[in-house]
Design a protein around this ligand. Sequence first.
Ligand SMILES: CCCCC/C=C/C(=O)SCCNC(=O)CCNC(=O)[C@H](O)C(C)(C)COP(=O)(O)OP(=O)(O)OC[C@H]1O[C@@H](n2cnc3c(N)ncnc32)[C@H](O)[C@@H]1OP(=O)(O)O
Ligand SMILES: Cc1cc2nc3c(=O)[nH]c(=O)nc-3n(C[C@H](O)[C@H](O)[C@H](O)COP(=O)(O)OP(=O)(O)OC[C@H]3O[C@@H](n4cnc5c(N)ncnc54)[C@H](O)[C@@H]3O)c2cc1C
Length: 631
Amino acid sequence: MMIHTNNYILNIKELWDDVPEEYLSHKERYENAIKKAFIVLKVLRQLHTGNIQITDHRTPTNVYSIQDGIFRNVNPLLIHIGLFWSTIAAQASTEQQAEWLQPDSSMIGTYVQTELGHGSFIRGIETTATYDSTTDEFILHTPRLSAYKWWPGGLGNTANACLVMAQLYINGTCHGLHIFLAQIRDFDTHKPLPGIKVGEIGPKMGFNTADNGFLGFDNHRIPRTNMLMKNVQVLRDGTYVKPKHDKLTYGSMLLTRVTLISDLAYQLSKAATIAVRYSAVRRQSPIKSNEPERQILDFVSQQHKLFITIASSHVYRVVGLWMWNSHKRVTADIHEGNMGQLPELHALACCLKAISSRDASALVEQCRLACGGHGYMMASNLPQIYAYTTAAVTYEGEYTVLLLQTARYLVKFWRLAAEHKPLPQNFAYFEDYIKKNFEQWRNSPEGIIEGFKAIVAGKTKAAYDTLQCNLRNGREFEEAWNMASVQLTNASEAYARSLLCEVFWKETVQLSTKVSKSLAIVLEQLAELYLMYWALEKHGDLLLYSTISRNDIEALQSRYEELLALIRPNAVGLVDAFDIRDEVLCSTLGAYDGRVYERMMEEASKSPLNEDVVNESFHKYIRPVTMKNKL
Ligand SMILES: CCCCC/C=C/C(=O)SCCNC(=O)CCNC(=O)[C@H](O)C(C)(C)COP(=O)(O)OP(=O)(O)OC[C@H]1O[C@@H](n2cnc3c(N)ncnc32)[C@H](O)[C@@H]1OP(=O)(O)O
Ligand SMILES: Cc1cc2nc3c(=O)[nH]c(=O)nc-3n(C[C@H](O)[C@H](O)[C@H](O)COP(=O)(O)OP(=O)(O)OC[C@H]3O[C@@H](n4cnc5c(N)ncnc54)[C@H](O)[C@@H]3O)c2cc1C
């Protein structure tokens, strides 16, 4: 059947709420979301099996992104669709995949790694999987309260199976973390299997329909063949066959970090669309006293808040795709047995995931503030987008923890530079910095990119010197590292920013040769704005580490303000070009037709507190007081 997927999904009536989700109880919200999740899953399965086909050139990503409108919060099957299947596809052997990846499988799964006691430091995970060679089984066990799994999405009520990260023990030897497939509920009755304690963890700041759960195992047995065995094996006699790289088990985290960058770009484009459209509709105070009130988008300070959000969405879309392609390349190499590029990919994914989530949440909040009081309404959808985006700073690797991973990589190259050993081309600038081969400052995108590289070199050097100093003072390496950790994270952050600037600028210049001249001009303006914005934000660092002067900074400020003025006429067009449907945006402030005040009144009328002209609480609580004090 040929189907235009967007219209198909939009026309499924049960997917769209009559009552806004905010008025439902915690339980009702979940029940509503899970009903819709299975309708969407059916569509996805039909797409997968070819029973329906796409006639819309932008899909299938739109099938996924349209879910934002359907769920507003989160699809309880997010981890089932996003992490469970992809981990099996990446980490299970060919035979296991053939058995488990059936489109009509009964398994509804999740990815179960974090525990009450350990999230960041996963080597500290306490759940055990002990091989019993007499029965050819693993025994999954939760030895104490801190070992309870805690957080996995969909685990609370929905999943009947999961991929569990546990410490593998064979004949008393611990072989570290491995992934196991475990059924946790009966496929028929959905009751937890014997030895399984499972439930939901309760309300959160956002993700309230994600059904995050807890899980404990009481000596729960699974077949040996349920360990994911593509990269590592346990044989029937208990022989352990090591992987080619001991971090291949962490592959799902790596992949999710990469894909998150593009997801965050999309969240930014939603926030920018809402805030820019609203700023074009909203008029408040004249600029000159004898003139009519102006669109708030005409205030230059408002443009400063919003245009960086538009530009950042483009940055993360471009860099997300660039990372996706790198991931594909490195995965193909790994498949051929070549692990050489894995450390670089991991280092890039860590710092880019950290900075993209932090930028995205800060900018979404900036968009909310830029909408004044109305941005505080749930009906603007900005609070929900913020709650969703800020969670990404923590999950899939906490911000600081990931920056410290990238710092290990930077310090390694600084050590090579300091010892005058050969460096890869992309770190040649470390050597230039040591030799004081400083370029004359240029107030151009290329000059800013060089300036950011000087900041990376300068900050890595500072962190490295502190580390060495701590070591000379008799500290052990780990302690010396901890003492230098503020400087180390600063170096990683600078590295991420320099990558973002360089990749975005180069890709934009390349893209500009392939599009119309008028479009190329606008794209380059956005890219230049991004670089100027961050050069000005980091002008203190540029003064410390590059050859920039005070006059150069003043010139940058003027050019930045010029760019705001140049982008202003295209601002609404730029967010319209994100092409996000009203049904997905779910915002009274950001709809395409600009009927902001009408929509706000329509939404207010849905409040249950407006159902009765006089609420019954009046008779119980208010009247006794007002009657008594009757004048
Ligand atoms: C759509 C969104 C839905 C949201 C769903 C959310 C899901 C989740 O949140 S799932 C849970 C995610 N949890 C995490 O991300 C935990 C974060 N922690 C870690 O990843 C690790 O604990 C660590 C990387 C911070 C440290 O791991 P550890 O085993 O302790 O590593 P070492 O310190 O011993 O060694 C570091 C060494 O290993 C390299 N490395 C680490 N990770 C990887 C990787 N994924 N790929 C390749 N290499 C990796 C790292 O580079 C170090 O190398 P050297 O510097 O050469 O020693
Ligand atoms: C919405 C949401 C969904 C999630 N979904 C899942 C899921 O589906 N599956 C799953 O397994 N997990 C999931 N998680 C868990 C998530 O992956 C962890 O919460 C995350 O990895 C952070 O770990 P933590 O909570 O242990 O934080 P902690 O590590 O306890 O962090 C607390 C503080 O300690 C600091 N810190 C910790 N270690 C260090 C260090 N070595 N050096 C310096 N500072 C440090 C951190 O920077 C932070 O400031 C989810 C979490 C959230 C919020």
